[in-house]
Design a protein around this ligand. Sequence first.
Ligand SMILES: [Zn+2]
Length: 258
Amino acid sequence: MERRRIVTTSWDDGDRQDLRLAEILRSRKIRGTFYVPITPYQGRPALSHAELRALSSEGFEIGAHGFSHKHLWRLSPAELAKEISPCKPILEDVLGAEVRMFCYPRGRYDSNVVRTLKEAGYQGARTVRMLATRLEFDPFEMPTTVQMAPHRRFSYIKNVARAGKLEGLQVFLAHMTRLDNWLELAKRLFDSVLQNGGIWHLYGHSWEIEELGLWQDLEEILNYVCNREGVTYIPNWELIPVCAAEPHETIKTHLRTS
Ligand SMILES: [Zn+2]
């Protein structure tokens, strides 16, 4: 069977520079998901309701990113409910569209967080796990391939170890010589998706792209992956039916074996 080749992107925190990001994606017909907290991230200028509505109506996905971007790991059930449950109805009211996805602030979560998300009606959640390209994953542990930011080799080791997935270790070992050059790493991982099928998922933060001066790099990598024959460009939630069709490890299995 022909394996699917998919490109998706996601952008966290709802900073107003997401508008510049959206322009760069739009001009290359690359789709994506913007994960926004309800209160502005670190008091920075945030996307207005009208801007969120405009992004949503042109086909970008808006996902929830916690009420106040608080760490969700090890919060009490009452605190968890306060951070997770109101986001979906508030955003749906702003957008006039369904909000299906959640993104864990700072990537931290546990089984209580996942349960609260399911009870609140979300269909999936994105993590900060990197170096993943497989079509198979748990919807509430959606991984990414690369972050739009340079990392030290040690950060990849930590990321792979924390995720505890064999895939991460395999990709880490196969691309060890490229880990110091994230742009090169991102291109070669895209090449491997082209060759073998899979998902290429770029994530990042527009405020960080601005702070680190990475706008040109962003254009370079998106030019590399855009308009390819046989590749589907989708926002994050459209991965859910794809991954549901594939066998995957459940969170339970993951927790039991790690
Ligand atoms: Zn965030």
